[in-house]
Design a protein around this ligand. Structure first.
Ligand SMILES: Cc1ncc(COP(=O)(O)O)c(C=O)c1O
Length: 440
């Protein structure tokens, strides 16, 4: 196995969401992984505080999942799912529906979170058309929302850099305000007290655009990628109520909160809301192979099942929708989650996680700490004129001390695999405390 790279080897790969020139001067590489750890080319074991990219919920290189993928590769490597099918696709969908919230009856497979989002947005518009409401085309997202990188997703998302870099987005989009209010809610444990009324922004947008033009609202139950913005108490339920009132579909983007991150199978269950669609990816295969899925309620799906039976009901799909290896991985992943109780484990360990996380209060530059389920964030005061450099320095320092964290701007985000032990939580936060104290 080649584990050592020379400088020249680094050049060809244009890395995503990376400061390429900076990285290639001092690369951070992994060559292996096992359970809670990554292994560097020189053999260091790095504690994974981020489940890879919020995806390896059962930890790394789980034999059951790896074996299922290998076996599938030898049995049926690829099969089309346009006007054809294969057994594992139906089995994976049925098993996923068994753990889905009430009234979810169907799964549309994609290959990523971004594709799940754009698929759900298209289904929302097509759903209203199928019911004769052709004017309902407007999509509502939220400031500081992250819904992947495709044009639909960046349009409903609310991230300045996407606007700076890619200019005009899809037309017919509007946004709710984000719910982050550190002045009132700093150092909240779990759901913050203040801000449920921000859901009423949707009433304002209905008053502005007319409910007859709005197809769907898409929100992450917890906006993770833009810094772990936990919804205020009652906010999501209030938003759901307004959607119902105006026949607007509610899409919960659960690419991160799906598959146990909050201690329930799906985040919407944690918050007691019942969306019309749930977008997922990442944990669906434990990150072991690309896959995404849109969970769709029976009522939404059934609106399409009209007209002549020879007709394609949804003119949409990917070559690799329900790829056999991804389906095999998803089935094995669900088994691992169920055998080890991982879909609810975060609920057990969350109080300890919360205690250890909030004990970092008072360390240099820490201006907020927030948490929910097995997610945590530490926000640092930015250095004037050099935003994000303070957190980045701590990210590098933590990696050097064998702990992987994630940073977005000057926010440190944590989301370890759901198998983390108390001793590993201690190791994570002890290291982080040292890093926060010692890094200049
Ligand atoms: C809520 C949410 N939606 C969509 C995506 C995009 O997923 P992917 O990177 O698999 O396209 C992400 C990725 O972090 C996400 O957090």
């Amino acid at each position: 196995m080649t584990t050592q790279l020379t400088t020249n080897d680094l050049d060809a790969f244009w890395m995503p969401f990376t400061a390429n020139r900076q990285f290639k001067k001092a690369p951070r590489l992994f060559a292996g992984a096992e359970g809670m750890h990554y292994i560097t080319p020189d053999g260091r074991r790095v504690l994974d505080g981020t489940a890879g990219l919020w995806c390896s919920n059962a930890g790394h290189c789980r034999p059951k999942i790896a074996d299922a993928i290998a076996q599938q590769a030898k049995t049926l490597d690829f099969a089309p799912t346009f006007q054809m099918g294969h057994v594992k696709a139906f089995e994976a969908a049925s098993k996923l529906i068994q753990i889905a919230p009430k009234d979810f009856e169907h799964v549309f497979f994609t290959n990523s979170g971004s594709e799940s989002v754009d698929t759900a947005l298209k289904i929302a518009i097509a759903y209203h058309r199928a019911r004769g409401n052709g004017t309902k085309v407007r999509l509502i997202g939220r400031e500081r929302g992250y819904h992947g990188v495709n044009f639909g997703g960046i349009s409903v998302g609310g991230i300045l850099n996407n606007r700076r870099a890619f200019g005009t987005h899809m037309a017919g989009i509007d946004h709710l305000r984000h719910t982050h209010d550190p002045a009132k809610n700093a150092f909240s444990r779990g759901e913050p007290e203040h801000g449920a009324d921000l859901a009423d922004d949707l009433e304002r947008l209905v008053a502005l655009h007319g409910a007859d033009t709005i197809a769907a609202v898409i929100v992450e139950p917890v906006a993770c990628s833009t810094g772990v913005l936990v919804p205020p108490k009652g906010y999501l339920k209030r938003l759901e109520g307004i959607c119902r009132k105006h026949d607007i579909l509610l899409i919960c983007d659960e690419v991160i909160t799906g598959f146990g991150r909050l201690g329930t199978a799906f985040g919407s269950e944690f918050f007691g809301v019942s969306p019309d669609m749930i977008t997922t990816a990442k944990g669906i295969t434990n990150g072991a192979i690309p896959m995404g899925a849109v969970f769709v309620k029976g009522a939404v799906h059934d609106a399409f099942m009209t007209g002549p039976e020879w007709m394609i009901e949804l003119f949409h799909g990917y070559t690799y929708s329900a790829h056999p290896m991804a389906c095999a991985a998803a089935i094995a992943t669900l088994e691992v989650y169920q055998e080890e109780g991982l879909l609810t484990r975060a609920a057990e360990i969350a109080p300890y996680w919360e205690e250890r996380l909030h004990a970092l209060k008072g360390l240099p530059h820490v201006i907020d700490i927030r948490n929910i389920g097995l997610i945590g964030a530490i926000e640092l005061a930015s250095i004037p004129d050099a935003p994000s450099t303070r957190a980045y320095a701590r990210f590098v320092a933590a990696f050097e001390k064998n702990v992987l964290i994630r940073v977005t701007g000057d926010i440190i985000a944590l989301s370890p695999p759901l198998i983390i032990t108390r001793a590993q939580i201690d190791e994570l936060f002890d290291t982080l405390a040292n890093v926060l104290k010692e890094t200049p």
